[in-house]
Design a protein around this ligand. Structure first.
Ligand code: FE2
Ligand code: FE2
Length: 176
């Protein structure tokens, strides 16, 4: 079940300074990261809530579409700013903070939920024409050829009819 709400997405959008409709790090990327994460959350021990929220925060504070090494920690700070909207325990929130902060600088992490966050993002490298390398994926499912192929299919198709698990007609209010 999705814990991403229209209200939360609109709050995040208020803080997003890049092009909402275009670009390689906008909500369409987030929606694919969400879908990748849903699949990866089938693995034992993965906290789906953390992976879902990672999808909408990890690139939310980018200041450009190129090199921006501080965007992960800034995304984590936005999550803290919007903490009241996040149905997470303190331990879960800590994992979300780690995943956002570390997603550009750590190859992997001891906790599988954080690994699944990293994989969900890296599997969408397809969007820039880069095939994800299993060596840089962390979870057993993430490394599977079928998972990498499924992520490719997501990258070439329109985002799903219910992005982030939200009914499409409701989601339209966030897109515009
Ligand atoms: Fe990022
Ligand atoms: Fe990303």
């Amino acid at each position: 079940m999705s814990i991403i709400t229209i209200e939360l997405l609109n709050k995040i959008k208020e803080h997003y300074t890049l092009d909402w409709l275009n670009g390689t790090h906008n909500f369409k990327h987030w929606a694919r990261v969400f879908a990748n994460g849903q699949q990866l959350s089938e693995q034992q021990g993965v906290n789906s809530k953390v992976v879902q929220l990672f999808s909408v925060f990890h690139d939310s504070q980018r200041r450009n579409e190129h090199l921006d090494p501080g965007h992960g920690p800034r995304g984590a700070r936005l999550a803290l700013h919007l903490r009241e909207y996040l149905p997470l325990t303190d331990d879960e929130f800590e994992l979300l903070t780690i995943a956002c902060s570390e997603h550009t600088k750590s190859r992997t992490h001891d906790v599988i939920s954080v690994q699944a966050c990293f994989d969900s993002d890296r599997l969408d490298l397809w969007r820039i024409g880069v095939k994800p390398d299993p060596e840089f994926l962390c979870t057993p499912m993430g490394k599977l050829p079928a998972t990498i192929e499924a992520a490719y299919e997501r990258s070439i198709n329109k985002i799903s009819e219910n992005p982030f698990g939200i009914v499409g007609s409701q989601f339209e209010t966030v897109v515009v």
